[in-house]
Design a protein around this ligand. Structure first.
Ligand code: LIP
Length: 269
């Protein structure tokens, strides 16, 4: 018998508790020197990424012991086949956070394995609850599948702006080959939108599209934990979240939008 997913509200409550706990850890270290575990050409890994992931995992498994975690810093082996799983990015926007730029968030999603695959993703999972928490602005974005998207409890919806009036955000993953595609996107898109923005957190960019601040977000080579929660929040706010697995290492090409701007955007990508 397949395990039925846990009740959506208890899942959301657990994810909010965990996100706020990690957010407090981030805020407490905002002005302190952060220990770097690894630094590459276009990325930084902090000791705090690991500490936040451990804290989030502790809170989530205390409330839902049978659900494994798929996380940026560590994953349970069974998370690739379990009936339900948490998908966690403990600090999305790590480079911003490492540089003292207060634009980063905790991203936590609950996914269930689908049979049949109505969401249609290659991994067979669909997101049923999502939380993106920005501890610096104290903004908590939430959604449960079938319900509204909310910002600090208040319903939010995507904008109605056309591409010509859009603020379009782009993500720069820094993976090999991403610079030429980024340059091409900037060259093609900048004449067709009002403004471009590259802010360094996919989770917050998706939440901003859901709140009608941004009108679309495009990134190639992003990871599932960066976008799982934000994708549900956008869909629950009336937007479109289109993702395609690219390459063998689980990276994703993403186009998220208010719907109207996204339809025009597809011609230029
Ligand atoms: C970040 C993403 C961002 C991407 C960065 C990085 P992280 O996630 O949110 O969109 O462009 O390369 O992947 O690594 O800070 O959790």
């Amino acid at each position: 018998m397949t395990q039925s997913p846990p009740a959506a509200q208890t899942v959301l409550d657990a994810a909010i508790l965990a996100a706020r706990a990690a957010g407090r850890l981030m805020s407490g270290h905002r002005h302190r020197t952060k220990r770097v575990n690894d630094a590459t050409r276009h990325d930084i890994k902090l000791e705090l990424d690991v500490r936040c992931q451990r804290l989030i995992t502790r809170v989530l498994t205390a409330s839902h012991p049978g659900i494994p975690v798929l996380g940026e810093e560590a994953s349970h082996e069974e998370a690739t086949r379990a009936p339900s799983r948490w998908v966690v990015d403990p600090i999305d926007g790590t480079v911003n956070f490492a540089h003292g730029i207060p634009h980063a968030a905790v991203s936590i999603a609950l996914q269930v394995r689908e049979t049949p695959r109505t969401a249609g993703y290659a991994d067979g999972y669909a997101t049923v609850a999502g939380v993106v928490f920005d501890p610096f602005c104290e903004e908590l974005f939430t959604a449960v599948r079938g319900g509204p998207a909310r910002l600090n409890g208040r319903r939010i919806r995507v904008s109605e702006r056309p591409l010509s009036e859009a603020v379009l955000s782009l993500g720069f993953s820094g993976r090999p080959g991403s610079v030429p595609s980024m340059v091409r996107d900037v060259r093609r898109l900048s004449p067709r939108v009002r403004k471009l923005r590259i802010m360094g957190s996919a989770a917050l960019a998706l939440a901003y599209v859901a709140a009608g601040r941004f009108d679309a977000y495009v990134e190639r080579g992003i990871r599932l934990w960066d976008i799982a929660a934000g994708g549900l929040i956008i869909e629950s706010a009336g937007g479109r979240f289109e993702r395609k697995e690219i390459g063998s290492d689980g990276r994703i090409a993403l186009t998220a939008s208010n719907g109207r701007a996204g339809r025009a955007l597809r011609r230029w990508l």
